[in-house]
Design a protein around this ligand. Structure first.
Ligand code: SF4
Length: 75
């Protein structure tokens, strides 16, 4: 699970977030493209839109489970 003390500042406020341990593997962006994007400057993913429907919620939860370095968290 991501650490709240390491949350990337580009994440929008809300349930899901990415921390600085992201290795830019693209998995979350492929699983939940409506919610995760890439910050080209830091070369890391971040949550640009919190899920607002069941399908996106499930996609974000799947992204947590598939992230290889456990860089995604949720409250
Ligand atoms: S799945 Fe994890 S490591 Fe891969 S881009 Fe997303 S947050 Fe980063």
């Amino acid at each position: 699970m991501a650490e709240k003390s390491k949350i990337l500042p580009k994440n929008v406020t809300g349930t899901f977030y990415v921390d600085e341990t992201c290795i830019d593997c693209e998995v979350c962006r492929e699983i939940a493209p409506a919610n995760f994007s890439r910050d080209d400057k830091s070369r890391k993913s971040y949550v640009f839109h919190q899920p607002d429907n069941p399908a996106d919620q499930a996609a974000c939860q799947a992204a947590i489970e598939e992230c290889p370095v456990e860089a995604i968290g949720s409250d």
